[in-house]
Design a protein around this ligand. Structure first.
Ligand code: PNS
Length: 177
């Protein structure tokens, strides 16, 4: 699709997050969103308050590698207000994942704030497969940095990069932030 009109006809959803790193839970949500939308833009937050484990460029490269050949998935970084970014991308929805009821309160708060800021952008909450309910980026980093096995929780592209960070630090544990 090349013309502006065609672009507007595409039903675009933004899937925003830190993705530090991308987990199998995130991958599952992206695949579910692809069934509902013509295009899913994975939006990697640059300006997080905490210093990330992976650079924004690495986080983007991981998503690109995992979804290589999937034309409906786009990935880029964003900064500033999510709703401003969503409007720039002409998105009709913001997609977020739910693992458990404990996620819900925070997601509801985000959704209401975003609705207040941009009533025309709908938030769509999608449940991960039950197999992913205990996976989080934070736990993946913690388990890996303490020498645990994380291959079951992340795509190979992430596992490989985690191993590379271990080799770069001489095999010692890397501090998780
Ligand atoms: O993966 P995360 O860290 O839970 O993602 C949180 C994210 C990126 C969705 C949220 O922090 C966000 O939207 N940040 C952008 C700034 C913004 O718009 N803040 C107001 C949201 S209500």
């Amino acid at each position: 699709m090349t013309s502006t009109t065609d672009q507007r006809l595409l039903r675009t959803a933004i899937f925003p997050g830190s993705f530090d790193p991308l987990t199998n839970g995130h991958v599952d949500i992206i695949r579910r969103a692809l069934r509902l939308f013509d295009r899913v833009v994975v939006a990697v937050l640059v300006n997080a308050s905490k210093e990330p484990y992976f650079t924004a460029a690495d986080r983007v490269a991981i998503v690109r590698e995992v979804f290589a050949g999937e034309a409906a998935v786009d990935v880029e970084t964003f900064d500033g207000l999510l709703v401003d970014y969503a409007r720039r991308r002409q998105a009709i929805a913001i997609v977020r994942g739910l693992r458990a009821v404990s996620d819900f309160e925070y997601e509801l708060q985000l959704a209401h704030m975003n609705r207040h800021l941009a009533p025309d952008v709908e938030t769509v909450l999608l449940m991960t497969d039950v197999a992913h309910t205990f996976i989080s980026s934070r736990l993946v980093k913690e388990v890996f940095s303490l020498g645990g096995e994380v291959a079951a929780f992340v795509p190979p592209a992430v596992e490989r990069r985690l191993q590379q960070t271990r080799e770069a630090t001489g095999g010692g544990p890397r501090v998780v932030r």
